[in-house]
Design a binder for this molecule. Structure first.
Ligand SMILES: *Cc1c(COP(=O)(O)O)cnc(C)c1O
Length: 259
């Protein structure tokens, strides 16, 4: 058994009984998704190790994050600062501040406001949704003040016409934003991120994102990551070179509906 709270049962018996069922469910979900990733890699001649699985835990409880950590998942993603901060704190409490939370890499994948930068810099390890210079500046200042180094990805808008709430810099401005982010203290620009248009063809969109990554890798050879693909389109993303897929539902089940 891996060391961790899901395996050891938790301090006040929180992860027993029903949680054994939940653990089995999540384990099955992980197996299914890892098999899909392996199959997609085989179809295009890629090494499955070259694709990182990030499990999107938004709307799911901290106990699920604990289970994931116990199952050897390292990368988890959240899209709201407040929810993520509370969950990270709850997880630390569940684990008595040891193991699970130390081994996790927290990804921020949601729209960012400048006034949240300080809070996000405290819990996130990777911020995937940088889409404006002001956000990069605010994260840089916050990370520097807290003595942290944040990886960042530039989120590129893949929608034919930008829609409110979806975020992403227009592709035509991505190079300029990359130049701005490069060398900001406290930040390490690692790549690009995109969400397929809906409705739309994910294959075409991810191919465009891959070309853009190539282009901006010319500015900074440290730009190697492409975060693309979710439960419904991870195969297309991998076929186009994604190094990271962000999967929620296919691992954890249906998300509870938000009001
Ligand atoms: C919610 C979300 C995901 C995961 O979506 P699923 O369809 O549940 O896999 C991936 N990326 C972003 C940006 C999200 O907001």
């Amino acid at each position: 058994m891996p060391r961790g709270i899901a395996a050891s049962g938790g301090r006040d018996g929180m992860l027993t009984g029903m949680d054994d069922d939940r653990r089995a469910q999540i384990e099955q979900g992980l197996l299914r998704v890892r098999a899909r990733i392996a199959q997609a890699c085989e179809s295009c001649g890629r090494d499955p190790q070259s694709v990182r699985l990030v499990v999107v835990t938004k709307t799911f409880p901290a106990s699920d994050v604990a289970i994931l950590a116990g199952l050897g998942c390292v990368d988890v993603a959240e899209n709201r600062d407040q929810e993520a901060r509370a969950k990270a704190a709850e997880l630390a409490r569940l684990t008595d501040g040891v193991t699970a939370s130390d081994r996790l890499r927290w990804h921020m994948i949601g729209q960012l406001q400048r006034n949240k930068a300080r809070s996000v810099a405290a819990w996130a390890d990777i911020v995937e949704s940088v889409d404006r210079p002001e956000i990069a500046d605010a994260l840089s200042a916050a990370a520097t003040a807290q003595g942290r180094l944040l990886q960042i990805l530039i989120q590129v808008c893949l929608d034919p016409t930008p829609m409110p709430g979806r975020g992403g810099v227009p592709a035509s401005q991505a190079r300029e934003l990359a130049r701005h982010c490069r060398g900001l203290p406290g930040l390490q620009l690692a790549g690009v991120m995109g969400v397929a248009p809906y409705p739309g063809d994910p294959d075409l969109a991810f191919a465009a994102l891959a070309r853009l990554r190539e282009e901006i890798a010319g500015i900074d050879p440290g730009i190697t990551q492409m975060s693309a693909g979710m439960s419904g389109d991870l195969e297309q993303a991998i076929g186009n070179g994604a190094t990271q897929v962000r999967v929620g539902g296919a691992v954890l089940g249906n998300r509870p509906l938000l009001k």
